[in-house]
Design a binder for this molecule. Sequence first.
Ligand code: FAD
Ligand code: NDP
Length: 459
Amino acid sequence: MKCYDFDLFVIGAGSGGVRAARMASERGMRVAVAEVSRLGGTCVNVGCIPKKLFAYAAQFAEAFQQARGYGWRLAEVAFNWSTLRDNTDAEIERLTSVYRALLVNSGCQLIEGRATITGAHMVSVGARNWSAERIVIATGGWPFVPDVPGREHAITSNDIFSLEHFPKRAVIVGGGYIALELAGIAAGLGTRTRLVYRGELFLRGFDEDIRRITAEEMSKRGVLLNFGCGICAIEKQADGCLLVTFSDGSRELTDCVLYATGRLPNVAGLGLENTSVRQQANGAIVVNEHLQTHEPSIYAIGDVIDRTQLTPVALSEGMQLVRHLLGEEGPRVDYELIPSAVFSQPAIATVGLTEAQARLRYCDVVVYKSSFRALKQTLAGGNERTFMKLLVDHASDRVVGAHMVGSDAAEIIQGIAIALRAGATKRVFDTTLGVHPTSAEEFVTLRKPSNEPFITTDP
Ligand code: FAD
Ligand code: NDP
């Protein structure tokens, strides 16, 4: 029998890598984890965590406004960027040390540096070489920036959380999760924010109503939306400002151009050429149902396989993989009914099929929707509308999609996702009592089917 230094060598200590390494080590495997940067990967360092903390920060601006209608008189409020940045960094530091402790305490050997695969069972980090029975690639993704003249002046989500100064004016390019979230954050923190998207309407792939309503609500909050538009050039001015030329020929001075135009699998320098691992056209590593690559001893999980780029998915893939390697029974990752949220302002949350997808899959789809002004808005004097939508397969009465735009959407959709996974019918929703008074109760009081694009339930 061949003797290896490790049973499992995990490359990348992000969401998926850490979960797989810990679980394997706790079950008796000899595990190494190599990490070139800070432990915790994208989610902890430049993704979910700083983004969500910044989104909370951005919401205070609106909360201060709303507070007046509730009787609060506030002295002049001021925002200090370096406090937010430094406090966030301290929290990230705390989280990375928790990750370190978890890995070390579970018995993993941590190896700092960039790992390169040199053979089917060989990994090198710096000058050292290790052998492993199996290798797991969990190297995540990296922001993609299109080739535009002056792109060297642009930043990405990797940079925004640690800027020296927060920009007074920003142009954000893209129409997906990151562009919307960062536009909401920037506008909330007082930045004059323009979002530029190449298509007719952002959030391609989301339910049509959600896309339209989100555009309307973001405009109300002052985000300037330019659809059907791109950037042709970015020129740095003598005073450090950036002059942006848009595809319609207009020009604008700004302090920051941020590209949120997708993420590509992070495989640079990984040494895949030394293996039989195959990749898709965008670099994503091809794996089978067991997350195994075409090189039998090498597996891949998380963003690098580009199935669904979400932390809970990377975690689940990590767990599925370890169960498989140990010959244990257990569920495979189910890529249907994955709930997700865009932490924009207002937030979007969704689970299941969009109306268009539901109509393709089922003959008769019943649509329920509601748009209303949440109770909190009344005294606050706000005009924000909350929107909810349920899609029901008429034949089986099963709810096949749920979508929401509005406060607490992410918190609300988690429970709805459980109901959908349990196969809940519309009748189950209807016979569930609401929690009153909440916005969430609207999901169990949607009685009248609707085919109208918008319904207003308040006067
Ligand atoms: P990663 O977490 O990216 O980890 C990969 C690790 O591998 C990194 O630490 C990297 O340094 C390391 N590495 C790479 N190459 C090597 C090498 N050769 N040697 C050693 N180490 C290497 N998801 C959500 O579910 N909810 C959210 O709210 C959310 N918000 C996000 C916000 C932003 C701005 C971004 C960018 C992403 C967000 N995501 C969110 C997505 C989520 O962060 C990713 O899906 C998740 O982190 C993927 O985990 P992973 O383990 O595949 O990769
Ligand atoms: P997305 O894939 O969500 O969006 C990319 C956007 O960039 C799309 O609007 C796309 O347009 C546009 N785009 C792509 N290429 C170009 C180009 N060459 N020029 C102009 N525009 C372009 O990627 P993100 O970067 O926003 O996020 C990456 C992933 O990270 C997400 O898909 C998500 O899985 C995950 N994430 C999750 C979050 C969450 O759970 N809250 C938050 C942040 C990220 P088009 O639609 O026309 O192709």
